[in-house]
Write a protein that binds this ligand. Structure first.
Ligand code: XMP
Length: 518
């Protein structure tokens, strides 16, 4: 498969560049700028994209464009720092600057070129230094008020430099510019589609596994579900997929997961009812980290004993996705083969040795979802909001009991149903902005307050509603849900859920709060 290598010079947007290229149906991988040449060339790139970065090309030890990139004769697109490094390497001049140009700019095309058409274009700038004199052979192809060399290129050599950031949404035509570079300039056939991803994954899984036995833990989350479905496509009955019902899932979820696998995908899940085991282990525990520890430990015990019942296995499926890989990409990618398995769904056996099968290792979340839909998962499952491994235990503040879980589940279901009805239960990026909630749930508080129902005094627990918008879950803002909707949800909860007489809405952002309450 034709591919693009993206060298990361320390840009906060490097993953976005990769996502835009993938959205153009072109495979690409992201490497640290100083990755081993052999590692980068292994993907047989048909072109390079050099990302932005915080350094100045004249700073001591500033990252340089590796020699093999310039010697390859392949097309190069430098973005921001990447453009400045390219200019510097090829003998042009970069002007240091103390002031950053940050924000929108209008770019005017001055010479015909294969990437940006004639006319004016809105672009997003974020740079300090800028190119003063392009290298010999380069021409200014477009400029903006503050960047006389906003876009430069040596068209015959297929070398280009963009001062602005095409990868961010603030550059509305940016994705198109990147697509033209990878498809028209590099000549790549855009064949990276969910169908081709599935076919390639199947081959890779078969190669890796041979006739070995494979075990998987399904949590109901998108990643583990899609990973398991791909492995099943590849090796069928050599796979045993275990679903542990820990009693901490949301209303209807156990049934939804089992029936999605059985009916839509024809995969027989080995369901383990471990509800009593988890609840017994959680008895009297109120401290959040202790809850997590106990749940992780119980999961391992249950999974291990099931694995033994099933006669063991050589391989374990894990739903690692590309952003996890990029973040831990410390140069040595070969290390990941035979390692002890630890945390994913809720902790995995420490002392069992499995080789990991990671079919989503090179996929972004949106690609995992697209593959999921193509494999036949229902939409609600593919677009499901993230759900923490310890489940409702960390949303049931205080003691986790069967009754309190039932109360929480009922309230949570009302919130979710009303949000779904209002079209706000999934996050959608649209032309007019982002709509919906990235995560929304109910929290049962271990606090009782006085209320009045009919003529009766009540003294019952409270529910907090939490709904946030976020892109990365590292920071988040509380969702500005319509008051009418909040009123309806609160009303329904106090009327329909036994033991709850008060509903509050959490209006803290993260930081200083976190998304979950525990
Ligand atoms: P916080 O509460 O830290 O949550 O703002 C950020 C994201 O992580 C999820 N989360 C967890 N996921 N195990 C998980 O698998 C956990 O123990 C856990 N705690 C928080 C949370 O739901 C949110 O998406």
């Amino acid at each position: 498969m034709d591919s693009i290598a993206i060298l990361d010079f320390g840009s906060q947007y490097a993953q976005l560049i990769a996502r835009r290229v993938r959205e153009a149906n072109v495979y690409c991988e992201l490497f640290p700028w100083d990755a081993l040449e052999s590692q980068v060339l292994e993907i047989d790139p048909k072109g390079f994209i050099l990302s932005g970065g915080p350094a100045s090309v004249y700073a001591p030890n500033a990252p340089q464009i590796p020699g093999y990139v310039l010697e390859s004769g392949l097309p190069i697109l430098g973005i921001c720092y990447g453009m400045q490094a390219l200019t510097n390497a090829l003998g042009g001049r970069v002007a240091p600057s103390d002031e950053r140009e940050y924000g929108p700019a209008n770019l005017e095309t001055v010479l015909p070129n294969p990437i940006i058409e004639k006319g004016w274009h809105k672009v997003w700038m974020s740079h300090g230094d800028r190119v003063e004199v392009p290298p010999v052979g380069f021409e200014v192809l477009a400029r903006s008020g503050n960047s006389p060399a906003g876009f430069i290129g040596d068209i015959p050599r297929k070398y280009y430099g963009l001062q602005f950031h095409p990868e961010v949404r603030h550059t509305p035509e940016g994705a198109k510019f990147l697509r033209r570079f990878v498809i028209d300039v590099c000549g790549i056939n855009p064949d990276w589609t969910p169908e081709s991803i599935i076919l390639a994954s199947i081959d890779r899984i078969r190669d890796q596994v041979g006739d070995g036995k494979v075990l998987a833990a399904v949590s109901g989350g998108v990643d583990s579900s899609v990973a398991v479905a791909l492995v099943h496509r590849a090796i069928g009955d050599q796979l045993a997929a275990v679903f542990v019902d820990n009693g901490l899932l949301r209303q209807g979820e156990v049934h939804q997961v089992i029936s999605a696998f059985n009916q839509e995908l024809g995969i027989e899940l080995v369901a383990v009812d471990a509800v009593e085991e988890f609840l017994t282990a959680l008895r009297d525990i109120t401290e959040p980290e202790e809850k997590r520890r106990v749940i992780g430990e119980t999961f391992i015990r249950v999974f291990e004993s099931k694995a033994v019942d099933l006669g063991g296995a050589d391989f374990l499926v894990q739903g690692t996705i590309y952003p996890d890989v990029v973040e831990s990409q410390a140069a040595d990618r070969s290390k990941v083969d035979r390692i002890k398995t630890h945390h994913n769904v809720g902790g995995l056996p420490e002392d069992m040795q499995f080789e990991l099968v990671e079919p989503l290792r090179y996929l972004f979340k949106d690609e995992v979802r697209a593959v999921g839909e193509t494999l036949g998962f229902p939409r609600e499952m593919v677009w499901r909001q993230p759900f923490p491994g310890p489940g409702l235990a960390v949303r049931c503040l205080g003691e986790v009991t069967k009754d309190r879980l039932a109360r929480l589940r009922a309230a949570d279901e009302i919130l979710r149903a009303e949000l779904a009805e209002a079209g706000l239960l999934i996050i959608e990026s649209r032309e007019d902005g982002v709509k919906g909630t990235a995560q929304a749930f109910a929290v049962l508080l271990p606090v009782r307050s006085v209320g009045v129902m009919g003529d009766q005094r009540t003294y019952q627990e409270a529910i907090a509603l939490r709904a946030v918008t976020t892109e990365d879950f590292m920071t988040a803002d509380w969702a500005r849900l319509p008051h009418e909707l909040l009123a309806r949800i609160a009303n329904r909860i106090v009327n329909e859920v036994q033991g709850v007489n008060r509903v509050v809405y959490d209006i803290t952002s993260k930081p200083p709060a976190t998304i979950e309450w525990e």
